[in-house]
Write a protein that binds this ligand. Structure first.
Ligand SMILES: [Zn+2]
Length: 317
């Protein structure tokens, strides 16, 4: 879909599938509303496990072709939510999946965990200055749940947010761009506890996940923004199903390769960490409170920044 609203949303994720689980409904909504939605995924998820037995040979310890396969899954998933601008940080395969914290893959040269943050952020600055997002979505400083690639995605995204706005930083990557709002993915504790209790009762899988298995869980009060994804629940489920090496769907529930059931939650939650919140909390829109200057489609269109400072009386007279 051609962007028509002047809104631009950038999401930075670690592996293919994180975007659909965390933001599938959000992406579907903004794509449907005509926003430009850009996904940057930092690795191909080469180190992941594989659920379908017939694809078991793809794993890193056998054919090591899972990365290429997951590019296909991600492409199919994004088709389900209407997102066409999908990129891999530095190009496909530039940074390799580092595996869970503490495994030998953490030390493999070329893995994302070993990447120089400033160098990796440079690739993202180029994207930021090209697509000029008003909103950036990524993980908290613990990567949501401690996975090295998620922690590194956080560091790279936050560093790129800073560098992209600095006119002295690599002007050859395009004019400086300040992203107005930055959000971290969140899951309110009360919501996930209720959802996991429902999962345990329905028992669609041999076991049930715990709150520690779910990324971004925080006290409810930390959540600033709630996106009601009911209208896009089907799109989100279809996007998740496209990641079939990673996710098993079962109605209102799903499981990763650990076979522990989790609830499929279409409402998506965020914490605003940079920028000004909209007039009402919790926000129901990531773009809430943004003005014309933040939405400039290109630098030439930017409104006179002094115009917004004009006294109210002038128009009231
Ligand atoms: Zn991940």
């Amino acid at each position: 879909m051609t962007p028509t609203s002047g809104r631009s949303l950038l999401l930075v994720h670690a592996h293919p599938d994180d975007e659909s689980i965390g933001n599938g409904a959000t992406m579907a909504r903004y794509a449907a509303e005509g926003a430009r939605v850009t996904l940057v995924t930092c690795t191909l998820g080469e180190g992941g496990e594989v659920i379908p037995p017939e694809l078991a040979r793809l794993t890193a310890d056998r054919d090591d072709t899972l990365g290429a396969h997951r590019i296909g899954e991600l492409t199919a998933a994004m088709r389900e939510v209407g997102v066409t601008d999908v990129r891999f940080l530095g190009g496909p395969g530039r940074y390799r999946d580092s595996g869970m914290m503490g495994v030998p893959d953490n030390d493999v040269p070329g893995c994302f965990w070993r990447a120089d943050v400033d160098e990796a952020a440079g690739h993202l600055v180029a994207v930021v200055r090209e697509v000029r997002p008003q909103v950036l979505v990524t993980y908290d400083e613990n990567g949501g749940y401690g996975h090295p690639d998620h922690i590194q995605a956080h560091r790279v995204a936050m560093r790129a947010h800073e560098l992209a706005a600095d006119p002295a930083y690599r002007p050859e990557l395009g004019p400086a761009w300040r992203i107005a709002k930055v959000y971290w993915n969140r899951m309110p504790r009360s919501v996930i506890e209720r959802g996991l209790a429902e999962t345990a009762a329905a028992a669609p899988f041999p076991g049930t996940a715990g709150p520690a298995d779910v990324p971004g869980v925080v006290d409810d009060a930390a959540v600033t923004t709630v996106l009601d994804g009911a209208a896009y629940a089907g799109r989100k489920a279809a996007a998740m199903a496209a990641h079939s090496t990673q996710i098993t769907m079962a109605g209102a529930f799903f499981a990763l390769s650990n076979d522990l059931g989790q609830p499929l939650i279409a409402t998506e939650y965020y914490q605003l960490v940079r920028g000004q919140a909209g007039p009402r909390l919790p926000e129901d829109d990531l773009f809430a409170g943004l003005g014309a200057a933040d939405h400039a489609a290109d630098p030439g269109d930017a409104a006179d920044p002094t115009a917004t400072d004009r006294p109210v009386e002038e128009s009231a007279r």
